[in-house]
Design a protein around this ligand. Structure first.
Ligand code: HEM
Length: 185
């Protein structure tokens, strides 16, 4: 049987025919966005809550916190759950994501120009590694060596793997894990 890399090298267009892999990738970037958005407030621009007051943006930088937008319980069904199918359902389905609610590359005319090439690279990488390797978290071993310090947290939204700011964002505690070859089972 051909390996995933042989299949992709022979049929590179297949990278555009991986709907479930793409849905997994989109859902991962929804829950764990690696960047944020920053915009300069201009005269006459106001930040408005649809139910609340409005604030002038002039003279401020506006930080768009992707985690908050992409896990917003008022616009998403089961916002903290990993559900790739929300990217495969039709409009009108309860899981269907809200417009403008997925913005790991930001949104609109000034969004990240490299978005498509990044997504293609991650899709191809996923397609090549997931059939070959198993990933198991190694928190038990990690905790035995690194006991929790005072005021330190090790879960967020009940998840052990979460993102922290370290220049750009990184998985907290570096996501300790063990990787095994699938064939080695
Ligand atoms: C999954 C991967 C990536 C994500 C989620 C991401 C996300 C973003 C976001 C949100 C912005 C800000 C866009 C805005 O202000 O509206 C940005 C800008 C930028 N990204 Fe990425 N990025 C990714 C991968 C990369 C890679 C691989 C490179 C370089 C090889 C890169 C280089 C840049 C640069 C240079 C800018 C600044 C562009 C500008 O100011 O006009 N990014 N990215």
């Amino acid at each position: 049987m051909s390996s995933p890399s042989e299949v992709l090298i022979g049929n590179p267009e297949m990278v555009n025919r991986l709907p479930y892999t793409y849905a997994v990738l989109k859902e991962t970037l929804r829950l764990y966005p690696p960047a944020n958005g920053m915009r300069e407030g201009l005269p006459g621009v106001f930040i408005r809550d649809k139910h609340g007051p409005s604030f002038p943006a002039e003279g401020f930088h506006i930080w768009v916190v992707h985690t908050a937008v992409q896990r917003n319980p008022s616009s998403l069904t089961r916002p903290h759950d990993f559900i790739p199918d929300r990217w495969l359902v039709d409009p009108g389905h309860p899981l269907y994501p809200p417009a403008g609610g997925w913005r790991p590359f930001e949104h609109g005319p000034r969004n990240f120009i490299g978005q498509n090439i990044s997504l293609m690279a991650v899709k191809a990488t996923l397609a090549l590694v997931v059939r070959q390797f198993d990933f198991h978290d190694a928190y038990a071993e990690y905790d035995a060596i690194h006991p929790l310090k005072k005021n330190e947290i090790n879960t967020l939204f009940n998840e052990r793997a979460f993102m922290i700011q370290k220049g750009v964002v990184h998985p907290a505690q570096g996501f300790p894990c063990k990787v095994t070859l699938c064939d080695a089972k």
